[in-house]
Design a protein around this ligand. Structure first.
Ligand SMILES: C[S@@+](CC[C@H](N)C(=O)[O-])C[C@H]1O[C@@H](n2cnc3c(N)ncnc32)[C@H](O)[C@@H]1O
Length: 294
């Protein structure tokens, strides 16, 4: 395959990408041309908030073609378009054949939560010392066990097995916390997310792990009170959700919150103060786990 490399301004990326697709590019990808420089810009904000920017100031657009003449023809046609004015063709490079599946898989190794509790991709054998295993492959939904926020929630579950208790996983992503709670003996687990793709992933991952979740759906599926409420979202939505999440915790139950940076501790304590007394119960890589007993 051959890769056509282009440099475009913010306003040109969409037209150039669409034109490349119309010119039968096998794939089109866009990178921040200013990455790792002082001009690098963040594009994504917290969920529910508008992105700080719609696109990068300078983008590298990379298009794959099966043959060099097709890439050359695409470059020639693009250069003749008005919308390409100011953009540049950086070159056409052959792309070495690789076993992409193997390469991707090699980046996801088993992850230990405790010495005996592991998250293991399906293409790996569980380590010998693993007594409790969640089988999970990377997918569209967040939560493979590699992020500190997920790891801290799973560590909390392993340290406080919800044996015979009801659990709500609010913002379930891949369903990893719900599955963990079910594996550690919860009597009923509900998992909800605002993202339909997360709901689908949670159902699929629960089936793959042979655990039965009681309800999986959009946030309205969470009804009533639970002995344990887990929410690994981010500080801003967690603050907004304070009354709702606390309203789902049964008397004597536990609230477990993650997605909070160390510097956000005080604002979370304040937001939850009318409902619960939050305290930091774990920390990893600048993230904290905050919990409360109600
Ligand atoms: C950081 S991921 C956590 C996924 C998984 N629970 C874990 O611990 O790895 C946060 C998830 O919360 C969901 N989410 C964000 N805001 C939400 C909201 N207001 N209500 C429900 N889910 C939300 C996102 O769609 C995402 O799947």
């Amino acid at each position: 395959m051959f890769e056509l490399r282009l440099l475009c301004g913010e306003d040109q990326v969409e037209s150039v990408s669409e034109a490349l697709e119309a010119l039968d590019a096998l794939s089109v990808s866009v990178e921040d041309a200013d990455a790792q420089t002082e001009a690098e810009q963040a594009l994504f904000g917290e969920p529910g908030l508008p992105p700080p920017r719609e696109g990068w100031q300078h983008s590298r657009v990379l298009a794959l073609f099966p043959e060099r003449p097709a890439a050359e023809e695409a470059a020639r046609l693009l250069q003749a378009q008005d919308f390409f004015a100011g953009a540049q063709v950086l070159g056409i490079e052959p792309v070495a054949d690789q076993d992409w599946v193997r390469l991707t898989q090699s980046q996801f190794a088993p992850v230990d939560i405790t010495p005996e509790f592991w998250i293991v991709p399906t293409w790996h054998e569980p380590p010998a010392q693993a007594k409790q295993v969640i089988r999970l492959d990377p997918g569209l939904a967040f939560g493979t066990g590699t992020h500190p926020t997920t790891r801290m929630c799973l560590r909390w579950i392993a340290a406080h097995p919800p044996q015979g208790r009801t659990v709500l996983d609010y913002g379930c992503g891949s369903g990893i916390l719900a599955i963990g709670a079910a594996k550690f003996g919860a009597s009923a687990v509900d998992a909800v997310d605002i993202d339909e793709a997360a709901v689908r992933a949670t159902n699929d991952n629960a089936t793959a792990n042979k655990v039965a979740l009681r309800k999986v759906g959009l946030p309205d599926a969470a009804q009533g009170r639970y002995d344990v409420v887990l929410a690994n979202i981010l500080a801003t939505p967690l603050k907004v959700l304070a009354p709702l999440l606390c309203g789902h915790v049964a008397a004597g139950g536990s609230l477990v919150l993650a997605g909070i940076l160390e510097r956000q501790e005080a604002e979370l304590v304040q937001a939850y103060a009318p409902h619960a007394k939050l305290q930091v119960s774990d920390r990893e890589d600048g993230w904290i786990l905050m919990t409360a007993s109600l």
